[in-house]
Design a protein around this ligand. Structure first.
Ligand SMILES: Nc1ncnc2c1ncn2[C@@H]1O[C@H](COP(=O)(O)OP(=O)(O)OP(=O)(O)O)[C@@H](O)[C@H]1O
Length: 350
């Protein structure tokens, strides 16, 4: 059966009180939004005011990231990626909405828990290699420093234990030979891999990285990304990378695109094995439906059909049709020859 928005507001008709009760019960029993997620952003808003002008950097952004994910955030310049990352890093506070990481409520943390959160729950890797490492310390000393500052004791109480962990992390990320080098004696790629070791020092639940390969050539960028993958696979660390680098965006299981301060679409990749045992990666692109039911249509789709301010919707049992709002032809052809919901639903109206 076909239902158009004009008739019932686009919702499937509820035929009886029993159906209604069942629908209410199912809704109540569904897990709460983001219940199982490590990172949960719910209608996140961040408004900046500069020189009396308001900029809405995040406009009701929803995002869930599962524990153990390795995912990328992409989007045009100014779409809000860094703003989101700074909030997740505990460096900035949203104007409205809700956000939590590993059980920490990012809007309600006092100064003490914010410090603990930044030291123990998240690790950060910046684009500028010079911002990640202290120049007067060796790579190993840079990795040890966050362990000393954290005050966490489990397995890292003694100097020897901390030194051993630094050696282990640098080795795991392929830069063990840089152990005693200062950043000035390391290439950009080596510095970024050492920076990942620093970010991992306190065994955080999540590493956030803002354009970590932005200053590197593609071969070096691949090595750095391989280190994020190693951290994800060997230690189970969740990794969220903001990137413009297509090689990185295409190498993760999930790439979420941000547009105008909201999540707009995402590409999910999985590996398929054919009958000859050949493996191939299959990518599917999804549009995001946010918590308020809003859907951003891809701009190339709306441009292709000259869709501007509104569309007609059609609810079918297994999909929703979206139709450009075209003026009706003066002399309609037969219903079968016409396309769109008007032709099938209300030909008698003509
Ligand atoms: N501290 C600030 N004060 C005023 N406006 C800001 C501030 N930080 C960010 N903005 C604005 O918020 C919007 C989003 O910026 P953001 O840096 O998050 O975008 P982005 O997607 O990371 O861009 P890029 O890819 O260029 O780094 C932009 O319009 C930016 O000018």
């Amino acid at each position: 059966m076909t239902t158009t928005v004009g008739e019932t507001g686009g919702r499937a008709p509820v035929s009886s009180l029993a159906d209604l009760e069942r629908a209410v019960t199912e809704r109540r029993e569904r897990p709460a939004y983001g219940e199982d997620a490590l990172i949960s952003c719910d209608r996140l808003v961040r408004i900046f005011t500069a020189d009396g002008v308001e900029v809405q950097a995040l406009q009701g952004l929803d995002l869930l990231v599962g524990k153990g994910e390795l995912m990328a955030l992409v989007g045009a310049s100014g779409s809000g990626k860094s703003t989101l990352l700074n909030i997740l890093a505990g460096l900035d506070v949203p104007t409205a909405g809700a956000a939590s990481v590993g059980g920490y409520d990012l809007l309600a943390m006092d100064a003490k828990s914010r410090l603990r959160y930044r030291r123990d729950v998240v690790g950060f890797v910046w684009q500028q290699t010079a911002r990640n490492l202290l120049p007067y310390l060796t790579a190993a000393q840079n990795v040890v420093l966050p362990m000393q500052l954290s005050g966490r004791t489990e397995g890292l109480r003694t100097k020897r234990q901390r030194a051993a962990r630094a050696t282990e992390l640098l080795g795991m990320l392929g830069v063990g030979y840089c152990h005693d080098r200062h950043p000035g004696q390391m290439s950009g790629g080596e510095q970024q891999r050492a920076a990942i070791a620093v970010a991992l020092a306190n065994n955080p639940a999540v590493i956030l990285a803002d354009e970590p390969t932005g200053e590197l050539d593609s071969a070096t960028g691949e090595q750095v990304f391989a280190s994020f993958r190693t951290a994800n696979e060997e230690l189970g660390t969740t990794v969220v990378v903001v990137t413009h680098d297509h090689a990185v965006a295409n190498a993760v299981r999930r790439t979420v695109a941000i547009r105008d301060g909201r999540t707009a679409s995402e590409v999910v990749r999985h590996t398929e094995v054919d009958e000859h045992g050949q493996e191939s990666v299959v990518a599917r692109e999804y549009a995001t439906v946010d918590r308020a039911g809003r859907l951003q249509l891809p701009r190339d789709y709306t441009d292709a059909l000259a869709i501007e301010s509104r569309v007609l919707l059609e609810l079918e049992p297994d999909h929703i049709g979206v139709w450009p709002d075209r003026p009706k032809p003066a002399r309609p052809e037969t219903a079968e020859a016409q396309e769109g919901p008007e032709a099938r639903e209300a030909p008698e109206a003509e």
